[in-house]
Design a protein around this ligand. Structure first.
Ligand SMILES: NC(=O)c1ccc[n+]([C@@H]2O[C@H](COP(=O)([O-])OP(=O)(O)OC[C@H]3O[C@@H](n4cnc5c(N)ncnc54)[C@H](OP(=O)(O)O)[C@@H]3O)[C@@H](O)[C@H]2O)c1
Length: 219
């Protein structure tokens, strides 16, 4: 079982993924700009999963304690945060579920990101970390639900390092009950991240929490 730091762990996405990881037996340290806020969110998870190994810490301390790091922060402010954490991220596998999205009168849309994608930008800002993109399409509402596993969804995983990608593919079992799907190289994060705008649009139209499932695979 891994020790995972969830940066942005006080937000709905980080909390939801942390809950799923902890429920599956992983050790989780929630990271926040405020250690107190992180501890409060850890207490919420512990109410649901009393035997979970979950605690809260300041972002830097959370990263230092963990083997795996999940970035679950908004795209606004993401670059500054990753640059500041770069020394602690060195040598670690870092998962990004960050979706650079915008919203206007036409609804949600994927933002043009100078570095291609949030995940690739993080890779260039923390060059000694190994970036993997995953969990972009699982919604916070579904993650925090009582459903045992989100078994109607696939987690698409992209990255350039085969070992890091394999670790995250296995980590996806905690969320969907089955391994994630190898979706290719890290540069494909530029396609995976904005696709979430399509899911949000579908959610609005059909009043649901849609998810992505890949056909043609043996599950
Ligand atoms: N919500 C979803 O359903 C969903 C689904 C898929 C992917 N995502 C992606 O997951 C990420 C997190 O989503 P979310 O809805 O949980 O976001 P959020 O609630 O807006 O933010 C998550 C946490 O990030 C920290 N944060 C906010 N601004 C920051 C900044 N400028 N610098 C450093 N930390 C900051 C805050 O924690 P502290 O104040 O405690 O530090 C906040 O609680 C986003 O990139 C989103 O695109 C979300």
């Amino acid at each position: 079982m891994a020790h995972i730091a969830v940066i942005g762990g006080t937000g709905p996405q980080g909390k939801g993924l942390a809950y799923r990881f902890a429920k599956h037996g992983h050790q989780v340290t929630l990271g926040s700009r405020s250690a107190d806020r992180a501890s409060e969110t850890a207490a919420e998870i512990l109410q649901r999963v009393p035997d979970a190994q979950v605690s809260g810490a300041a972002n830097q301390d959370a990263v230092a304690a963990a083997d795996l790091v999940l970035l679950a922060v908004p795209y606004d402010g993401h670059d500054e945060l990753v640059a500041a954490l770069a020394p602690e991220l060195a040598g670690k596998t870092v998962i990004s579920c960050v979706n650079p999205l915008g919203f206007d009168k036409g609804g949600p849309f994927g933002k043009v990101v100078p570095g291609g994608s949030a995940a690739e930008t993080a890779a260039s800002l923390a060059p000694e970390a190994t970036l993997v993109g995953a969990f972009h399409h699982v919604s916070a509402v579904s993650l925090w639900s009582e459903q045992e596993y989100l078994d109607h969804e696939d987690v698409l995983v992209c990255g350039d390092d085969a070992d890091a990608k394999a670790t995250v593919i296995e980590l996806a079992v905690a969320v969907t009950g089955r391994p994630g799907v190898d979706a290719g190289k890290l540069r494909l994060a530029a396609q995976l991240e904005p696709f979430t705008a399509v899911l949000i649009s579908i959610n609005k139209k059909y009043k649901t929490q849609s998810g992505l499932v890949i056909g043609g695979l043996e599950h």
